[in-house]
Design a protein around this ligand. Sequence first.
Ligand code: OGA
Ligand code: MN
Length: 288
Amino acid sequence: MSELQIEHLHADFGAGIRGIDLSSPMPESMREEILDAIDTYSFVCFPGQAMPDEELLAFTRLLGEPEPEHITLGQTGKIVYFGTVGNVGDDCVQKGNDHPDIRFQAGNQLWHADSSFRERPCSFTVTHAHEVPGEGGATEFVSARAAYDRLPDDMREKIDELKVIHDYVFSRSQVAPVNPNHAASLPPVAHKLIRQNPRNGRKNYYVGSHARSVVGWPGIESRELIDDLLARMTRPEDIYAHQWQAGDTVIWDNRCLLHRGASYDADRWRRRMRQTRVAGSDYGELHS
Ligand code: OGA
Ligand code: MN
């Protein structure tokens, strides 16, 4: 890799990358290096970036097609490309622990892959941290590839051809009622359990909080399998906890990672991160 300096973050995945300003124009070769790094490391963090929204969206477009944010789309039909993670609204006012938006975001504290409940799930999430808590508020990640590699052979064979239903209303109703228009916009979808990166051939399995049931399996066995697969992926030693620093721009590959937010005291701290997502394209075997 050219002038980029790479630091490994966890034995299974993850890289911190220095030596580039993402908001300046970059040659095609650099764009390809970044896409290669995402395929290789699944999680890449570029510290010390200046990324107002406009630059974040321009950078997102370099990686692929931005995905419309599903909450605004489902509730109102409007296309916006940004989501805000944390407790600071567009008006810069801090929301406390009891604010409904903060309670709704608690759904993100369950292991998940972003937009796995969409017919075409996103590939990458791009997040820029503007303000971070002094304590708590990490985001935790695990590699679904490493978990697949650890499975015993008979288990890999058993799950090879399975499909799983992903359902946003199922997962989020456990936390708070879902707006009816939003719910209607996201009918359950079936995705193949085993996925393969078309560029490097690495396989993984695809579960998380939105995974509701295995197609064609009775309820209890279906739930047991999904819970077992999730437990195998999320042992404490598998986790990389990203402690955000203001100025971090992070890309994670939802095709082969799960993540969850760790709690923080929203009454005490401000946490403001802006986020875009890149529409899925090249795990084309997803559709049933
Ligand atoms: C996300 C997410 C959890 C958190 O940004 O997609 O799930 O609070 N975040 O860090
Ligand atoms: Mn998420």
